[in-house]
Design a protein around this ligand. Sequence first.
Ligand SMILES: O=C(O)COP(=O)(O)O
Ligand SMILES: [Mg+2]
Length: 232
Amino acid sequence: MSAFPFDLVVFDLDGTLVDTGPDLTAALNHVLHRMGRQTVTEAAVRDMVGLGAAKLLERGLDATGGGTPEMVQAGLADFLNFYGDNICVHSRPYAGVEQAMDHLETLGCRLAICTNKPERMSAALISSLGWDGRFAANLGGDSLPVRKPDPLHLTETIARAGGGRVAFIGDSIVDVLTARAAAVPVITVAFGFADRPADELGGDVLIHHFDELVPALREIRLPDELNDRRGA
Ligand SMILES: O=C(O)COP(=O)(O)O
Ligand SMILES: [Mg+2]
């Protein structure tokens, strides 16, 4: 078999590696309840995730009567405290994630995370799952002055993880826009938190299970300009 075509695989976290829906929903509902609001369903929360904690709270307030930036600011610390204390109560990796990461490592690939989750929360979740040491870089939504969909979030993650031939794996339109802007090939997962049908995300390949990841990376057809940059 020919050599594996990637040196580094960067993953989004929420909705890609880990189903964090139940714990994010519990944290959001904790804050909404304290603010005198109705709670929201996990199905609704899955459409609200992708642009970080403040955006999630803003969207939760919008869905329950409206909110102001001041209300988001007032509730954010409470959200982060509750979520930090309950980060891995029900959150679980998607089926096949650990096997796929192991497989990539045996193929000589480094792994990294580029998430809009606050870096501290991302690190705590990684630790809770027993994944310390797996990732060459972990850049959260507050690690830089910008975050996804700004391509710098992804390109800086790549640089800090040691660079090389890279692919990005994500679940939302934010991930696809980020990868496109950074000229990085992107594989989307069909089981995450996208606010639209997965086949409308516009990634290079759509996978339905992590078993499909390594084969998809072997088969991915890169646009000519990426191949040129890679010296292929
Ligand atoms: O916390 C969020 O809103 C999104 O996190 P993600 O970038 O890992 O999907
Ligand atoms: Mg995501």
